[in-house]
Design a protein around this ligand. Structure first.
Ligand code: ATP
Ligand code: NI
Length: 318
């Protein structure tokens, strides 16, 4: 169980120190029975302890709010799996959980396996940047006080510096960033440049799995296609990619499989090609996404406050 681990504090990202910090027991490491996946997430549930905002403040008690519910997902080597769904539905929480990043008030349960090994929060944290890399959703993840070149090269042993600088320059030219950008600070970059830098940071580490949380907003179509093409070729070289996005059209152009995410869980995992024919889609929400695609007439899925439309019957809404 991931809830038992004691995660180390990390220099970047949210401070890792969840409530379950206090219950230590040693997680049992075992191989997943018959697992041939690079990543397997089983029954992942994330809740937050918070004050009940439906009560007046003087009566409010701490309650647990569950945001991810019994979520399962798998990624093979060589595969791009797109996680598509509405905003605010918990997709970033899924990314954070795979990276072993938990807020202090989070309670996490479930199982995560990487390359057949059972993971806990501390082993996931150790893999961060050393096997699993995140392309974060917000460009605010860049350090505002550090020059771009230093951030991309990252903290590394002196002996590795030259090799990493060489790789950075290759990535710079592949992404059409001028060498001067190395000397710049994040506030001097356009949104699109900052996005490319975040992607480069992930590619620098030569991970086995990349979790990309909305990597394309702010990129024009050509750059977005380039960025996704890079994730595709990373997978083609044997890596795995979890591509979180609400742009299903773009996702379908690179993903092997699509995991349809709704209200804190994955309701359907299917081949991208299922979106060529809505009869191959099982869940009403997947069909609603299909209908919302431009070429199918832009029917906007009524995602909020109309759960019944999707949950009662295969056809869902019109
Ligand atoms: N530390 C926390 N405490 C309480 N609630 C939280 C915490 N972190 C996230 N949440 C809640 O979890 C829910 C899911 O948020 P999340 O950012 O994962 O959604 P998302 O699908 O990534 O959205 P977007 O598409 O806007 O990026 C939100 O309602 C958010 O308010
Ligand atoms: Ni998000």
């Amino acid at each position: 169980m991931i809830e038992r681990a004691e995660p180390p504090a990390m220099p970047h990202g949210p401070h890792v120190d969840a409530e379950w910090h206090h219950h230590h027991t040693h997680a049992v490491r075992s191989r997943h029975p018959g697992n041939h996946h690079l990543l397997t997430v089983e029954d992942l549930t994330v809740s937050f302890s918070m004050y009940d905002e439906t009560q007046p403040y003087f009566r409010a008690e701490r309650v647990m709010r569950e945001q991810l519910h019994h979520l399962s997902l798998s990624v093979h080597e060589g595969e791009v799996v797109a996680v598509v769904g509405a905003s605010g539905s918990g997709k970033t929480l899924l990314a954070d959980a795979i990276l072993g990043l938990y807020e202090p008030n989070a309670r996490v349960s479930g199982r995560i396996w990487f390359d057949g090994e059972a993971m806990d929060a501390s082993s996931l944290a150790r893999l961060r940047g050393h096997g699993i890399s995140l392309v974060p959703q917000s460009v605010k993840h860049l350090d505002p006080l550090m020059r771009i070149g230093r951030q991309v090269v990252g903290a590394c042993a002196k002996s590795e510096r030259a090799r990493r600088e060489q790789r950075m320059r290759e990535l710079f030219s592949a992404y059409g960033l001028a060498p001067e950008v190395e000397r710049m600070y994040p506030h001097e970059l356009s949104g699109g440049m900052a996005r490319r830098v975040l992607l480069m940071c992930a590619l620098m580490d030569e991970p086995r799995l990349i979790v990309a949380d909305e990597p394309t907003p702010g990129l024009d179509l050509e750059l977005a296609v380039h960025a996704l093409g890079d994730l595709r070729s990373f997978a083609d070289r044997g890596g795995g990619v979890v591509l979180i996005t609400h742009d299903i059209d773009l996702a379908l152009s690179v993903a092997d499989r699509v995991a349809v995410f709704r209200d804190g869980t994955i309701v359907e995992e299917t081949a991208s090609s299922s979106f060529d024919d809505p009869d191959l889609l099982v869940h009403p929400f997947s069909r609603a996404l299909w209908r919302a695609m431009p070429q199918h007439g832009f029917a906007v899925p009524r995602d909020r406050g109309s759960a019944k439309d999707f949950d009662s019957g295969r056809e869902g809404i019109r």
